[in-house]
Design a protein around this ligand. Structure first.
Ligand code: ZN
Ligand code: ZN
Length: 94
């Protein structure tokens, strides 16, 4: 069961990566968004286009409105985490 879950997560992570491809066909993009059950605006705001890890960036776990920043990153998705959510693998990747 664990491996199945892991495989599913990896697939989703892969799909998120594809969303970063700006010239992805519109209908394919829409399908991925539906599978991931997210709004396009969430992807745009939560997944950095580059894997730049230097400097403080907004924590990917905290609500965007809190605008909390941190320089620690998840080893899996490289998104930034604030001091409260600092851990090797973020809540989204567990
Ligand atoms: Zn946080
Ligand atoms: Zn992560």
């Amino acid at each position: 069961m664990f491996l199945m879950k892991l495989g599913e997560d990896l697939t989703k992570e892969h799909m998120k990566r594809r969303l970063e491809i700006t010239n992805l066909p519109r209908n394919l993009r829409q399908q991925i968004l539906e599978v991931l059950d997210v709004a396009e605006t969430d992807i745009v705001n939560q997944v950095p286009l580059s894997l730049e890890t230097r400097g403080n960036k907004r924590c990917c776990v905290c609500p965007r409105t809190l605008d909390r920043k941190g320089r620690d990153t998840c080893i899996t998705c490289k998104r930034n985490l604030c001091a409260d959510h600092r851990q090797a693998i973020c809540a989204f990747c567990i």
